[in-house]
Design a binder for this molecule. Structure first.
Ligand SMILES: *Cc1c(COP(=O)(O)O)cnc(C)c1O
Length: 392
């Protein structure tokens, strides 16, 4: 019988060694020994499968990836040193000079830099489309278009892309659909079920969930991952075995952590929506969100992030951040600790004013990544900071 998400996340492990360990050891080794010269030849000739060198594969990274494949329902995958390494190789493996990519405007800041400032150097062009206007996507597809790249929910706009529509469009035009599933994690949403050919992750965020390591993953069919693996093997964005071990352990608790992240985010967003000094709140599972119905159909819960704006715009937002006593001011998200960010002056400061406006990042927008502290303590800190920042 097919096991459930939580069980797969815990029980999918590399086989026990002769030591009968219950928890998987860390394979801190750069290379692997051949039994004899012929085995070395066969491994390099791809006649047999096995470890050669940790830039190519390692048991800890393999465990992490095979588990993630099980959870995302994909055939194969590859672990990378960071989420950006995953984004980059998942695109670079399939794009050549003269090719074109259609991407949602509201992608992660560094993904935007890769598409806007790096790819043109290799004569790879792009067209940005609005994530929440799928009716405009088809017009952006040209004969030389190879890929449609989306991120849903988006960062920090929390716009929701219609994955079913994207899957059908990609199939109709014979292009690859690549979905950055970082915000949702495999627990909330499985893009492959809607026809995504490539599912990409920053494992740094909710997958680790404890703010310890940087990592990423590219998932897809055996055929596509073969291309990605070739690029990775020879260009070297390999994950460290230690990080693979951490991340495989982290997947064991992903479901319980996400349930709590999402419940807390919904509770905080609902409470703030009632606050008289809050201009607006955005959270995919609040009925006030324009993508509410779509989010309800393709996501299990609304996610761990919400955004809001206080009266008084950017100046007030900065006073609010400075008045917080417990919550962390940092650029990360998806941690046990609740994190508050001001995207316009930090994570998205490299965008022009026009680029920020186009993806809904107002000067006063505040992003909250709900942590696992008690919700009443998080709310108390937010409320006292709202009060204190009003005085300035
Ligand atoms: C953080 C993030 C990335 C990049 O991941 P790193 O691990 O920081 O390299 C990509 N996409 C999204 C949506 C992210 O939040």
């Amino acid at each position: 019988m097919k096991k459930k998400f939580e069980t797969n996340a815990i029980r999918s492990q590399v086989p026990r060694s002769q030591h009968r360990e219950h928890s998987v050891p860390i394979f801190a080794t750069s290379s692997f020994v051949f039994d004899d010269a012929e085995q070395g030849r066969m491994l390099f000739a791809d006649e047999i499968e096995g470890n050669i060198y940790s830039r190519f594969s390692n048991p800890n990274n393999d465990e992490f990836i095979s588990k993630l494949c099980l959870l995302e329902n994909t055939e194969d995958g590859i672990a990378t040193a960071s989420g950006m390494a995953a984004m980059f190789i998942s695109m670079a493996a399939f794009l050549s000079a003269g090719d074109h990519i259609v991407a949602s405007r509201s992608v992660f800041g560094s993904t935007h830099q890769v598409i806007t400032r790096l790819f043109p150097r290799w004569n790879i062009s792009h067209t940005y489309v609005d994530l929440d206007k799928p009716e405009t996507w088809e017009a952006a597809i040209r004969p030389e278009t190879k890929m449609l790249f989306l991120e849903t929910p988006s960062n920090p706009g929390l716009a929701i892309a219609d994955l079913g529509f994207a899957g059908e469009l990609a199939a109709k035009h014979g292009i690859l659909l690549n979905v950055d599933n970082c915000f949702a994690t495999p627990y909330l949403q499985n893009p492959a079920a809607y026809g995504a050919h490539l599912v990409t992750h920053s494992a740094t965020k909710f997958i680790d969930g404890q703010g310890r390591v940087i990592g990423g993953a590219v998932l897809g069919s055996k055929e596509l991952i073969k291309e990605v693996r070739f690029l990775a093997r020879h260009s070297g964005p390999a994950m460290s075995p230690f990080n693979g071990w951490i991340l495989s352990k982290s997947l064991e608790t992903l479901a319980v952590r996400m349930d709590r992240h999402c419940a807390t985010a919904l509770e905080l967003a609902s409470r703030l929506q009632e606050h008289e000094q809050v201009v607006w709140v955005r959270y995919p599972f609040l009925e006030s969100h324009p993508g509410y119905h779509l989010a309800r159909t393709q996501m299990r819960h609304g996610g761990g992030l919400f955004t809001f704006e206080l009266t008084g715009g950017q100046a007030r937002a900065k006073r609010f951040l400075d008045a917080l006593q417990m919550l962390s001011l940092t650029a990360n998200l998806g941690d046990t600790r609740t994190i508050v960010t001001h995207p316009a002056t930090t994570t998205h400061s490299k965008l022009t004013d026009a680029e920020r406006t186009a993806v809904g990042i107002t000067p006063g927008l505040i992003r909250v990544s709900a942590g696992l502290e008690h919700p009443s303590d998080i709310l108390a800190d937010i409320e006292q900071a709202i009060e204190k920042s009003a005085e300035g």
